[in-house]
Design a protein around this ligand. Structure first.
Ligand code: MG
Length: 286
């Protein structure tokens, strides 16, 4: 009797979870199963979306493209990008030309020791190339001379599509509101942990971003998602972003608004000389 009750409760619980949307299945694969007698034994066969499990014919199961991985950075030596990445900045004057200011003119940010440095009142810097869903690698360092506190210390930001901000801030021993500390999806979601290095040290963000999708009436039909690693530590785990990340006053944040499928990547001038290096992107399917 007890077992029956527990089972009933469990089923109801699962149904409620599904109805609430807590359980989401991204894809319904079509799975077929059958058995074949081989050497007097029954062997189970399965196809997933029409492709047999452990298929070796490349005409039926295309082989993944070969990508040569890059090398990771150290504090002293900048790394390299994977072979299929779009390199947006590699420390050279040439790659500085991949960037403009907000109006498409030459940026007033500085090229210093192979890094892009934010300049007060220069405004945002943006990539000439536009991107939607992507994998973005970017490295940043807060100023070694610690000045200010809270949001005033080493503030910048990495804006996917120029709209959705992963906060850059010197959050090493520097308190601010958690949904605005380094790694936060600004105003929407704090990072899972604080994985910051000391000011002046290079830090990495590896961001897997899927853009939001809008229908013809400008309604969001697919939320943006973020998975982010800071210095190799997971700080957002496939997080569904429920609106924008733009400041709307001290205790409010922006909503979604419709925009094109691809837009520039931007970094913020928030008045602090934050540096960036080794920026590369791999475009992803939506
Ligand atoms: Mg910021």
């Amino acid at each position: 009797m007890k077992t029956k009750l527990v089972l009933t409760f469990s089923c109801v619980f699962v149904v409620v979870l599904m109805a609430c949307g807590a359980y989401t299945k991204p894809k319904d694969s079509v799975i077929k199963k059958w058995t074949v007698v081989e050497d007097d034994k029954e062997v189970l066969y399965m196809t997933i979306d029409g492709v047999m499990v452990h298929e070796t014919d490349p005409a039926k199961q295309p082989i993944p493209e070969v990508v040569t991985p890059g090398t990771p950075s150290t504090q002293d030596k900048v790394g390299t990008a994977p072979s299929d990445a779009v390199v947006l900045f590699d420390g050279t004057q040439e790659s500085f030309k991949n960037w403009t200011d907000d109006n498409g003119n030459q940026s007033k940010w500085k090229l210093v020791d192979g890094a892009l440095e934010s300049v007060e009142k220069a405004g945002m810097i943006q990539s000439k190339q536009k991107f939607g869903s992507c994998q973005l690698h970017i490295e940043w360092a807060a100023p070694v001379n610690v000045k200010g506190d809270g949001q005033g210390r080493g503030n910048s930001g990495v804006f996917l599509m120029g709209i959705y901000e992963v906060q850059v801030l010197d959050s090493y021993d520097n308190f601010t509101y958690p949904d605005g500390q380094a790694g936060a999806l600004y105003g929407r979601q704090k990072p899972l942990v604080n994985a910051c290095r000391k000011p002046g040290q290079w830090q990495t963000y590896d961001i897997i971003f899927h853009r939001p999708v809008f229908d013809s009436s400008s309604k969001v039909i697919k939320l943006a998602t973020f998975t982010v690693l800071q210095n190799g530590v997971l700080i957002h785990d496939n997080y569904y972003l429920e609106g924008g990340t733009n400041w709307q006053g001290p205790h409010a944040i922006s909503e979604y608004f419709p925009h094109p499928e691809k837009l520039p990547i931007k970094m913020q001038d928030h008045g602090n000389p934050v540096r960036f290096r080794n920026i590369w992107v791999r475009e992803l399917q939506d």
